[in-house]
Structures are given as structure tokens and as C-alpha cells.
Write a protein that binds this ligand. Structure first.
Ligand code: FES
Length: 106
């Protein structure tokens, strides 16, 4: 699937990754700015925070309990569409997904 990252400066980055790839990994391995991912994907740093585009957020689904707690520690404000990108697995159903990268991660 292809994911479109909308960056805080208004630019966007299109990234294509295999189904099953974790969203954070797709961003980091393609050098998408603004996804820090300090803990390497363990849902314990909240520096991989993204806002899933509202149109698809239901399809992406919500956080589990561990992620939900961690989302209270994001640097940028938490919103209903907030997710930790290391906890989102890409699938073909999510092709064309738009995610917004917040202004700050730490
Ligand atoms: Fe640390 Fe996602 S990479 S919470």
C-alpha cells in the first residue's frame, strides 16, 4: 500500500511499503521527517505519534490499552485520530492512507 505523509511544513511524502509493514517503519526507512521513534517500536516513547486522516481512522482502528496510555504522553496534543505509528500495520485496505505528522515529537 501507498501512504501519504503530510508534514507540518505543508509538504507531503508518498511512501510505498509491503502489506504487513508497520507504519513507523515505512516512515523511518524512507526518511520521512518528524517520525522520531526513539524506542524503536515498543509503544513506550510516543515519538512516532501521527494523526490518521479522519476519513480512514475507523478503518485503521483505535489503540490497544498500552498504546492508549502512551498516547497521553505525546509532545503534540492528543486528538481522537492520534495513533502511535509503530502500532499500525499496513494492509492493502489502507492503500492511499493519509497521515498527518505533528509539529513536535519530543
Ligand atoms: Fe516508540 Fe512508537 S516508536 S512508541
Amino acid at each position: 500500500p501507498t501512504v501519504i505523509f503530510q508534514l507540518p511544513d505543508g509538504t507531503e511524502r508518498k511512501v510505498t511499503a509491503a502489506s504487513g509493514t508497520v507504519l513507523m517503519q515505512a516512515a523511518v526507512s524512507n526518511g520521512v521527517q518528524g517520525i522520531v521513534a526513539e524506542c524503536g517500536g515498543n509503544a513506550s516513547c510516543a515519538t512516532c505519534h501521527v494523526y490518521v486522516d479522519a476519513a480512514r481512522s475507523e478503518l485503521v482502528g483505535g489503540p490497544n490499552d498500552v498504546e492508549d496510555e502512551m498516547l497521553d504522553f505525546t509532545a503534540a496534543e492528543r486528538r481522537p485520530t492520534s495513533r502511535l505509528s509503530c502500532q499500525v500495520e499496513l494492509s492493502d485496505a489502507l492503500d492511499g492512507l493519509v497521515v498527518h505528522v505533528p509539529e513536535e515529537q519530543v
